[in-house]
Design a protein around this ligand. Structure first.
Ligand code: FES
Length: 415
C-alpha cells in the first residue's frame, strides 16, 4: 500500500537526532483534531520541523491564535503525557461567546501551524511524589489529571491512585472509555465517575449528585493518607477545600489549579457561608466553566495554583503615599522599541500601562504564571509578584512579567 507523502510526514522520527521542543515562540503543527464530546475537542500537535516534547504531566502551554482582528493568547493545560513525547495535546471546550477557542474549533485542521510558548506550570504529581494519590476534578478540569494518570499508566502502572471526576451528564464526562480501560489495566486505580443528572436513556450506573464527604468516603476510604490534586470550576474547588478542611485534612497535601478569575481564597479569607453557597453552585453551568481548559470566558485571567506566589520586591504603597520615584504626575514608562513614553499611576501594572499607551505586549493568563508577557527591563525598579511564569535566572537577566510588575519609579522596557 502506498502512503500519501503528506500523510507520511512524521511517521519516522529519529529520537536521538532531534532536540526537545523549546517553547519560546516556537511553532507547533496540528497533526490531529479529535471530537471528545459535543463541545470539547482535543488538538494534537508536534513540533514543526521535528523534535519532541519535554514537560511534566499537568503543565500547560500558551497558544497564539491568529483570530481576525489580531492575535489572542490562550493558555491550555496539556492533556497528553510526556511519556509519549513526540506529540502533545490540549483538550479544549468552546464556551458561549468564545473567540480564541471558537477560532480553533472552526479553523484548525491538520497541517496548520501555531506559535506557542511553554510548557510551564507547577501543578504536577512529579513535584509531589507520594505513595497514594487522589485526583479530584470537575468538567474539563480533568485534563491535568488525565495527563498525570496517563504518565502513571506508562511509567508506574501499579500506582495507588483514586481518580474521581464529575460532570453534568454521562455524555459530558471526558475520557470515560479510556478511564474505564485504565481501571482494568492499573490494579490500584480506583475510578469514581459522578454526574449531576442522568436521563433514562443514559443507562448510568455510577454516582449521581455532587461530591460531598459521604460520597468521598464511600469511594476513597483512606483519602486522608493521599496527596490530593484538585482542578475544576472555582465553586467546585471551594467546596472541596471546605469539605477537606472541615474533616481536618492536612491541607499541606492538597494542591489545586484553575484557569479562571483569581480565587478569593487566594487573596482574602473566605467565610464558611460564602464557600458553602459556592459549593452549592457547583451546578451544570459551573461545571461547564471548568477552568483547566481555558476559554475566552476566562481569557486574560488567571491560571492559578494554590502554592507559590513569589514576591521579588516590596509591593507598591497601598496607603495613598507616593513611592520613591513618583513625581506626582505619574510614573514614567518608556517603551524603547516602540518609541513611546507614557506615565501611569502607582499600582498600575506594566501591562495595563502598555495597553493604555497602545503598546502591544502579548498576555494570556495575566496572573504571572504563563510567561507570555515576559519583557526585558533595561532601567528602573518594579514590584513583581508572580506565580512561576519567570525564573530567577530570567529575573537576574533583567526580565519581568508585565502583567504582575508595577513600576516603583521611572522604568524602561525593551518593547
Ligand atoms: S500573561 Fe501570563 S504571566 Fe503575564
Amino acid at each position: 500500500m502506498t502512503v500519501k507523502p503528506d500523510l507520511a510526514a512524521g511517521l519516522a522520527l529519529p529520537f536521538a537526532s532531534t532536540a526537545p521542543w523549546k517553547g519560546s515562540s516556537a511553532r507547533l503543527e496540528v497533526i490531529a483534531v479529535i471530537d471528545e464530546t459535543a463541545d470539547v475537542k482535543t488538538f494534537v500537535f508536534r513540533p514543526e520541523g521535528g523534535g519532541w516534547f519535554s514537560y511534566k504531566p499537568g503543565q500547560f502551554v500558551t497558544l497564539e491564535l491568529p483570530v481576525p482582528g489580531g492575535p489572542v493568547w490562550r493558555t491550555y493545560t496539556l492533556s497528553s503525557t510526556p511519556t509519549r513525547p513526540f506529540s502533545a495535546s490540549v483538550t479544549v471546550k468552546a464556551q458561549a461567546g468564545s473567540i480564541g477557542t471558537r477560532w480553533m474549533f472552526d479553523t484548525l485542521v491538520p497541517g496548520m501551524t501555531l506559535t506557542a510558548s511553554g510548557p510551564a506550570g507547577h501543578f504536577s504529581h512529579w513535584n509531589h511524589l507520594a505513595e497514594r494519590y487522589l485526583f479530584l476534578s470537575a468538567g474539563s478540569g480533568i485534563t491535568p489529571m488525565m495527563s498525570m494518570l496517563r504518565a502513571m499508566a506508562d511509567t508506574a502502572p501499579a500506582s495507588d491512585v483514586a481518580f474521581l471526576t464529575c460532570g453534568r451528564t454521562p455524555g459530558d464526562l471526558l475520557f470515560r472509555d479510556e478511564l474505564e480501560m485504565l481501571a482494568r489495566q492499573m490494579p490500584n486505580l480506583t475510578l469514581g465517575l459522578m454526574v449531576e443528572r442522568k436521563s433514562a436513556a443514559d443507562r448510568w450506573h455510577g454516582l449521581t449528585g455532587r461530591i460531598d464527604m459521604a460520597r468521598l468516603k464511600f469511594l476513597v476510604r483512606d483519602y486522608r493518607q493521599r496527596e490530593i490534586f484538585c482542578c475544576g470550576p472555582e465553586p467546585f474547588m471551594a467546596g472541596v477545600r471546605l469539605m477537606l478542611e472541615d474533616a481536618g485534612f492536612d491541607m499541606r497535601h492538597y494542591h489545586e489549579e484553575s484557569f479562571g478569575a483569581p480565587s478569593k481564597a487566594q487573596t482574602q479569607p473566605q467565610t464558611k457561608v460564602q464557600t458553602q453557597s459556592q459549593a452549592q453552585a457547583t451546578s451544570a453551568e459551573a461545571t461547564s466553566e471548568a477552568k483547566t481548559v481555558t476559554d475566552d470566558a476566562t481569557a486574560g485571567r488567571v491560571p492559578s495554583q494554590v502554592q507559590g506566589a513569589a514576591p521579588t520586591a516590596a509591593p507598591p504603597a497601598q496607603d495613598g503615599t507616593a513611592p520613591a520615584g513618583y513625581a506626582g504626575d505619574g510614573m514614567q514608562l518608556q517603551f524603547s522599541r516602540s518609541d513611546v513614553t507614557t506615565t501611569c499611576a502607582p499600582g498600575t501594572t506594566l501591562l495595563e500601562a502598555a495597553r493604555a499607551a497602545a503598546v502591544r505586549i502579548p498576555a494570556a493568563c495575566e496572573a504571572g504564571m504563563c510567561g507570555t508577557c515576559k519583557v526585558k527591563k533595561t532601567a528602573g525598579d518594579v514590584a513583581m509578584e508572580h506565580n512561576g511564569g519567570i525564573t530567577d535566572e530570567e529575573i537576574g537577566d533583567g526580565y519581568v512579567l508585565a502583567c504582575c510588575a508595577r513600576p516603583l519609579g521611572p522604568v524602561t522596557l525593551e518593547v
